[in-house]
Design a protein around this ligand. Structure first.
Ligand SMILES: Nc1ncnc2c1ncn2[C@@H]1O[C@H](COP(=O)(O)OP(=O)(O)O)[C@@H](O)[C@H]1O
Ligand SMILES: [Mg+2]
Length: 161
């Protein structure tokens, strides 16, 4: 099952969608954020981070590959969010080894893990994951498509608009 959702025309709409998506997330979830450079993967991660009430700015760091954002309990946050940007691993000799070295499996169970540029690299971390694909069209409008792999994602996503 793939779900195509409404066009998210602005960065604010993208972040709002991330906030809504955050309401169905729980510990152990792995989300692959896919799509070309500038499609809005990080903008989506910012919305998810806002929805999970995590602390620390969600950015695309140049040198950091994975960052743990702790929940802010005062704001109602309960789940850490691990944000990975594997873009730079595209150039290294052993990207799978580098991903191993990040020890994402150590935090996976207790966190929500979001990975940009992680296709072919992180699927083995979990039996199930959600692919969140952003497309950027010629007119600069952007769609999001959700493709669940395993798990009870279809039920959880059914309420999402
Ligand atoms: N509908 C939209 N959704 C997300 N970002 C948008 C949108 N329209 C324009 N933008 C801009 O496009 C850029 C997307 O950047 P980013 O989220 O870092 O992309 P990615 O992580 O996919 O490379 C931002 O500068 C953002 O302001
Ligand atoms: Mg990014």
């Amino acid at each position: 099952m793939t779900r195509a959702l409404p066009v998210l025309s602005t960065v604010e709409q993208t972040r709002d969608f991330g906030r809504r998506l955050a309401t169905v997330l729980r510990a152990g979830d792995l989300l692959l954020l896919t799509g070309p450079l500038g499609a809005g993967k990080t903008a989506l991660a910012q919305g998810i981070g806002a929805g999970l009430h995590v602390s620390g700015a969600v950015t695309s760091p140049t040198f950091v590959i994975a960052r743990v954002h702790r929940p802010d309990p005062d704001a109602g946050g309960t789940l850490p969010m691990v944000h990975v940007d594997a873009y730079r691993l595209g150039d290294v000799q052993d990207p799978l080894g580098e991903v191993d070295a990040l020890d994402l499996d150590a935090t996976l169970e207790d966190s929500v893990t979001l990975v940009e540029w992680g296709e072919g690299l992180v699927e083995q971390l979990s039996d199930e994951h959600l692919r969140v694909h952003r497309t950027r069209n010629d007119d600069d409008s952007r769609h999001v498509t959700l493709t669940p792999h395993g798990g009870d994602w279809p039920t959880r996503l059914a309420t999402l608009t």
